[in-house]
Design a protein around this ligand. Sequence first.
Ligand SMILES: CC(C)(COP(=O)(O)OP(=O)(O)OC[C@H]1O[C@@H](n2cnc3c(N)ncnc32)[C@H](O)[C@@H]1OP(=O)(O)O)[C@@H](O)C(=O)NCCC(=O)NCCS
Length: 161
Amino acid sequence: MQVRSMLEGDAERAFSIESAVTQFPWSLQQYRSSVVADDSFVLEQAGKIVGFIIFKRVLDETNLLNIVIDKQYQGQGLGRYLLEFGLVNQRSHGVKNCFLEVRRSNVSAQKLYQLLNFIIIGVRKNYYPLAQGKEDAIVMSTEISNKLVEKIYDGIIDASC
Ligand SMILES: CC(C)(COP(=O)(O)OP(=O)(O)OC[C@H]1O[C@@H](n2cnc3c(N)ncnc32)[C@H](O)[C@@H]1OP(=O)(O)O)[C@@H](O)C(=O)NCCC(=O)NCCS
């Protein structure tokens, strides 16, 4: 298992992974832009990309824009691994706090975030599209504190790429 920076050639794979798990994926162009503008990483197993994570970092704050694990590889701890890697990476750039938005109905993602000390700090009403109507976004944040980093796997040491 290896985490590396997302490259332009990975955009189509990222788009395909997300398209299989959500009705409203990012566009291919959004992925291509993220490769240039954001801190984006892919998780590989046996040379195959099985997930990715994307942060937008501004000074000492970061926003988790997206995290997706290939449907076939979910439920094996990979999402947690990638999020832990990402938080340690962002801290290595001087980030103190991480923010995110998640669909109210996305309970599995919210549980993952809670494991990494994210708490709910607000709600954006009717933020996300649905097939019919709109859905609220839950806004969460975590301080990337020493305590949190201590909680993160000892195995994730080189998160500075
Ligand atoms: C959210 C997501 C990234 C989690 O990745 P994953 O590899 O399946 O998650 P993990 O196996 O690392 O699980 C970590 C924790 O998340 C929670 N979790 C994951 N899947 C869950 C499920 N189906 N039901 C409830 N909790 C779940 C659990 O708390 C789990 O910890 P536990 O196994 O100790 O109980 C993945 O489900 C995904 O890609 N979902 C679609 C895209 C998405 O919603 N992204 C978030 C956008 S805000």
